[in-house]
Design a protein around this ligand. Sequence first.
Ligand SMILES: [Zn+2]
Length: 175
Amino acid sequence: MFAALYVNGEPFGLSDENPNTIRLEFDTESAPTYRCRACGDDLTETTNGYESEFNGLHCPDYAPTDDTGPDYGEGMHDPERIPLSWCNSAGISTNEADDSITVSLSVGDPRGAFAFTITRIPDNANSDRAGRLILHAPYPGQPSPHKELTQIHAGVYVIGDLTRACIPRPAPDAV
Ligand SMILES: [Zn+2]
């Protein structure tokens, strides 16, 4: 079976003409995952708060509602998460021996991923499903999950621990 790789709609030449694993990898190890809404600096999470390389903990564009106070211009950055910084990798792999294709999305431990696999039951299988395509998808309560899932609608899940706060908030009045 021949598969060709297209990148943004364009055929992409490879040394191996029949790739069976393709993955987009995002640098979530060393690249900053937060950015300041006010000044635009990339931010690193530290024990003191969100810090930028050039301005440290203090935001040069901090704009308090009261600009007559002594602390004017001495506020903290306003962190927001950089788009797609939640993703470690997204991949596709094919397996001719198993007659299967798997799409993988990694958002937790980078060694693992949510896997969506379609496989075909062999035509000669002794089963009334012979020749049928079977979809395997992650589900809540799965043993050793990539991340916990909580269903909110059929086929729609919240990923991760719902008991932990999700949106970073700088401490009020912290300087
Ligand atoms: Zn800032």
